[in-house]
Design a protein around this ligand. Structure first.
Ligand SMILES: [Zn+2]
Length: 95
């Protein structure tokens, strides 16, 4: 069963590592050019970015938010979600 699956390796076009073909998802008659690890990483990243940009806070503040603030927000949110709330209340009170 699936003997040929054990022979082949493929070079991932994202991480450029040669990996067992089993590490690549099959797509129709061929294999995807990214390995499963890279695909997974990309999916997580994509999901995070989307969750972030769709976030209510961003939607409500996008007109006045700079790129630096966006970065800070992301960092704070990861470290401490409550701290983020505190900061946004404080900065809106200041202005
Ligand atoms: Zn890869």
């Amino acid at each position: 069963m699936n003997k040929e699956m054990n022979i082949f390796t493929k070079i991932c076009s994202k991480c450029h590592l040669e990996k067992d073909i089993k590490m690549f998802c099959r797509y129709k008659n061929t294999y995807q050019s990214w390995c499963k690890v890279c695909q997974k990483e990309y999916r997580i990243l994509w999901h995070e970015e989307n969750a972030y940009y769709n976030h209510e806070w961003y939607v409500n503040n996008k007109d006045s938010v700079s790129q630096r603030q966006l970065k800070n927000y992301k960092k704070i949110k990861k470290l401490n979600p409550e701290q983020h709330l505190f900061n946004s209340v404080r900065s809106s009170a200041r202005s």
